[in-house]
Design a protein around this ligand. Structure first.
Ligand code: NAD
Length: 328
């Protein structure tokens, strides 16, 4: 399946594993890239720019296929030396970067000087238009269904994707709510050039997270996510658990008086990291998308990618072709 995204990134299949805090490490990234998709290391999962440099080298030792690095620019509890992370990425020889959160404009000169292609995650049409204007080579369009930060507009992919297709020229992938062949075919029909999957790749053999987390996602249905941080206008879709309930309760109680200090102890990514290491799924906040309702197994990345591609070809070549009388 050739699309503008497979051509741009030199990959076999139009399937990207988006950046995920604590999950996007060498084991998963190399498995996705070896399966013919695009694996993405999460820059800020590494505590320092030097650690990121080592993780990039470790990934290179595990795959000779293209992979990318994610740099998320959002509010954090501790200051992040973004330019130093950008410099390390530029010096590493990695040729693709996924940016997310605020505009990547300040770091574009660093990336472009190193010949890096930039794909920016966008949760609105206007952000995609801006990303194209500041020189991004592609965008990843994140609908309201997504895990993590869906923005504040609450527009689902069914509307956001074709609206974006009408307004930009660069290639884009559909993100948020994708996890199977039906989603891939739908995304292509809506104007996208591929899909980005996060939660679906958390439930693979190679994802470096505790098995309890994978099983919780397999057992979950489509109602098992919650939106936290709405009051701070930094909304986050997370797996429904005791800590997410607590955060939402505090947000309701404090209302407009809420400050980040009221939530920090519960929201901290360090607690989420412990969930992934120890498998106590109620210990902290961890991101998950509505797609959990369609995740029913824990395959290898190779099996997952080849299944999605084969079934998508089947849907296009048989089911849809039968409708138009063009089946082979
Ligand atoms: P962290 O421990 O610093 O913060 C935890 C959560 O609180 C994050 O969602 C963060 O955005 C939010 N937050 C922190 N300070 C805030 C403030 N002043 N106002 C409003 N919200 C605030 O973050 P972490 O878990 O170590 O993650 C590091 C980075 O990765 C953050 O930028 C985070 O947003 C990002 N992240 C992105 C995704 C995604 O969907 N792309 C998922 C998880 C984390």
């Amino acid at each position: 399946m050739k699309t503008r995204i497979t051509e741009l990134f030199g990959i076999e299949h139009p399937i990207i594993q988006g950046g995920m805090q604590w999950v996007g490490r060498a084991e998963l990234v190399s498995a996705v890239s070896n399966a013919g998709g695009l694996g993405i290391l999460t820059g800020l999962t590494q505590p320092t720019p030097e650690d990121l440099s080592k993780e990039i080298a470790r990934t290179k030792g595990m795959t000779d296929k293209p992979f990318a690095v994610n740099l998320t620019i959002l509010p954090t509890l501790r200051p992040v030396p973004y330019q130093e992370y950008a410099d390390v990425i530029a010096e590493s020889g990695v040729k693709i970067v996924e940016t997310a959160g605020r505009s990547p404009e300040p770091y574009m000169p660093t990336f472009k000087a190193a010949g890096i292609k930039v794909i920016h995650k966008c949760t609105s049409v206007r952000h995609s238009v801006k990303a194209e204007a500041v020189g991004c080579d592609a965008v990843s369009v994140d609908g309201f269904e997504c895990a993590g930060h869906p923005g504040e507009d609450d527009i689902p992919g069914l509307i956001l994707l074709p609206c974006t297709a009408d307004k930009i020229s660069v290639p884009f992938v559909a993100s948020g709510g994708f996890g199977d062949a039906r989603g891939l075919v739908a995304a292509l029909a809506l104007g996208a050039d591929g899909i980005n999957m996060g939660s679906r790749f958390m439930c693979t053999k190679e994802a470096p997270i505790h098995d309890n987390v994978k099983q919780a996602m397999v057992n979950a249905d489509e109602r098992n996510t919650q939106l936290t941080n709405r009051t701070l206008r930094n909304t986050s879709r997370v797996f429904k658990n005791a800590i997410a309930d607590k955060v939402i309760e505090i947000e309701r109680e404090k209302g407009a008086d809420l400050k980040i200090e009221d939530l920090a102890e519960y929201l901290s990514g360090q607690r989420g990291k412990v969930v992934f290491e120890d498998g106590n799924v109620d210990h902290g906040i961890w991101s998950a998308g509505m797609i959990v309702g369609l995740i029913n197994d824990v395959p290898s990345c190779a099996d997952l990618v080849s299944r999605i591609v084969a079934e998508a070809e089947d849907i296009i070549g048989k089911r849809l072709a039968n409708l138009t009388g063009t089946a082979a």
